[in-house]
Design a protein around this ligand. Structure first.
Ligand SMILES: [Zn+2]
Length: 330
């Protein structure tokens, strides 16, 4: 009898190893058809064998090979878990240092064709740097995290690259005219930074707690407010820490479209800084030395690294090609 892998997270959810592995194999076959043979081969072997440590808190991944191809669904799942963990850490430290509020900014440009995507992304990276250097912006914000997302529209075969930005501001940002940047101004600043001859779509939103029920005691209300505000910030972190391309965007459309999509995205995303931190958030990231572990997709939470003892029981799961599922090796 083959025992299936069961990896349950702290919150009681089963970790989606099988689903991600299946999607990686599908993506790998698209890579092969797009003539990206070397990457296809690597991706096919991605996460074939997983070694876990058995701990009281459940399984902890200890050893694995991940292909690190930028469009690999398995690797992107790992990257997004890691990014979420990192951003939570960074935001936590930032919030402990000074009273902060958070903004969620989305910067877009018009959809483009596949053959324009790489240049569009390059322009956006430059535009973003220009925007953040404007005195108006620089003096209003404390720190930022920026993530590139690219979605595909299979109806008209266009791509929609856009930035999600999480911004830390001082509470007075909202009350001082010389600090506060209204939506129209963000829009015109982005238009100027991008040198666009049209008005781009820009969204800005304060990360705000949903209103909680009124309480008699103000202190209780205050605590509740700060808890739900923290939750709202967590939600925003999850939102910005998703990886660049949704798995479903690669794996939908006609076969021809899918091949075109992986080929285009693979080229356009090469050698790009898909996520970046700035100002106070970059400083904190540097202090926490998170960049050093950037390529480690095995250990998601850094405190998971310490080996207490080698005596801990290890278990290995391997991908069963026929059953299309992970099974335990005894
Ligand atoms: Zn991979």
């Amino acid at each position: 009898m083959l025992e299936p892998l069961k990896d349950i997270s702290k919150s009681g959810k089963e970790r989606p190893w099988n689903e991600k592995k299946q999607m990686s194999l599908k993506t790998a076959s698209l890579f092969e058809k797009a003539n990206l043979v070397k990457k296809a081969e690597r991706m096919t072997g991605c996460g074939d064998i997983l070694t876990f440590k058995k701990t009281s808190a459940g399984l902890k991944l200890n050893q694995a090979f991940f292909c690190k191809v930028r469009l690999c669904p398995m690797c992107n799942w790992r990257r997004s878990l890691k990014l979420t963990y990192e951003n939570k850490k960074i935001v936590e430290v930032a919030n402990n240092r000074q009273k902060l509020r958070w903004l969620f900014l989305t910067l877009t440009v018009k959809n483009c064709r596949g053959d324009e995507l790489e240049d569009t992304i390059k322009d956006m990276m430059q535009g973003y740097n220009r925007l953040l250097k404007y005195k108006r912006v620089d003096e209003s914000i404390e720190g930022w995290f920026r993530a590139l997302e690219i979605t595909k529209n299979n109806e008209d075969n266009t791509y929609h690259p856009h930035f999600h930005v999480l911004i830390a501001v001082k509470p007075m940002y909202f009350s001082r005219k010389n600090k506060y940047i209204p939506q129209e101004e963000w829009t015109s600043l982005w238009q100027r930074a991008m040198k666009l001859d049209y008005t781009p779509v820009v969204h800005v939103q304060a990360v705000r707690a949903k209103k909680t029920k009124k309480n008699f005691e103000e202190i209780v209300a205050d605590i509740e407010k700060s808890i739900s505000e923290a939750k709202a910030v967590q939600k925003a972190i999850l939102e910005v820490s998703k990886y660049t391309v949704k798995d479903t965007d690669i794996l939908t459309g006609t076969e021809e479209q899918k091949i075109e999509t992986v080929f285009t995205l693979d080229g356009a995303m090469a050698n790009k800084r898909l996520v970046a931190w700035g100002k106070s958030l970059k400083k904190i990231r540097d202090e926490l030395r998170l960049a050093e572990k950037e390529n480690d997709l095995i250990h998601i939470e850094s405190d998971q690294n310490d080996d207490v003892s080698d005596e801990i029981q290890k278990v290995t799961a391997y991908w069963h090609i026929g059953l299309k599922t992970y099974v335990m090796k005894n």
